[in-house]
Write a protein that binds this ligand. Structure first.
Ligand SMILES: N[C@@H](CCC(=O)N[C@@H](CS)C(=O)NCC(=O)O)C(=O)O
Length: 204
């Protein structure tokens, strides 16, 4: 399988973490994708939205977005590989909801970053940036006040959160860590439990 991704995307990192936990990472070849036109033409053949990550299966079927890819990856691996998303019941919906919250933090952080990357300073919209920052902060506060725990292996929500926090470290500095000691501890704990986290540290 081919994973169109980049070294800096939190969503692609989430997929790589999922593959490592399921022990199927050796089945995935990563392809560094250009998301900017005109270089994104190849990517758009697989995902008309031109976004990464996209997982192209061996039969050529493209899967996106990261939530769909991670659900697919959860069907792979040896029978004793840990489950990332509980199959049914309240635990399933809790995992998916918390992962959506973590993804929302990453998405809002990315919108703020894109504002500085794609618009010149005089076109920056301070209200828009502050609105996105509020989402980032409220999401982080939620996870700081409700630390995610795990018994055996981190699940899909945990790896989504770790990827989102890693992206904030990369693009927004370490400011999120101030006054959120539980969340900082949580990420340290995650990094110790999942060696793939260090291996996928973004460089941008
Ligand atoms: N909901 C999507 C978000 C994917 C996404 O926003 N990817 C960014 C990179 S982090 C991207 O491809 N941006 C390029 C663009 O929007 O044109 C997912 O979970 O995969």
């Amino acid at each position: 399988m081919k994973l169109f991704t980049s070294p800096t995307t939190p969503f692609g990192r989430k997929v790589l973490l999922a593959a490592a936990i399921k022990r199927v990472d050796d089945q995935i070849e990563t392809v560094n994708a250009d998301t900017n036109p005109p270089g994104n033409a190849e990517l758009m053949k697989f995902n008309p939205l031109g976004k990464i990550p996209v997982l192209v299966l061996d039969d050529g079927t493209p899967l996106f977005d990261s939530a769909v890819i991670c659900q697919y990856i959860d069907t792979l691996g040896e029978p004793d590989a840990p489950r990332l998303i509980p199959e049914h019941g309240p635990d399933r919906w809790a995992t998916l909801r918390l992962a959506a919250l973590a993804d929302g933090i990453a998405e809002a952080g990315i919108l703020i970053f894109y504002e500085s990357r794609f618009r010149t300073a005089e076109h920056h919209n301070a209200d828009w940036i502050s609105r996105q920052q509020q989402k980032v902060d409220a999401g982080l506060d939620y996870f700081d006040q409700h630390p995610l725990g795990w018994d055996v292996q981190p699940d899909y929500a945990h790896l989504s959160l770790a990827a989102a926090l890693g992206h904030l470290d990369l693009r927004h500095g370490r400011r999120w860590r101030t006054d959120r000691p539980r969340l900082v501890n949580w990420l340290d704990h995650f990094g110790n439990a999942v060696p793939a986290y260090a291996k996928t540290t973004p460089v941008g």
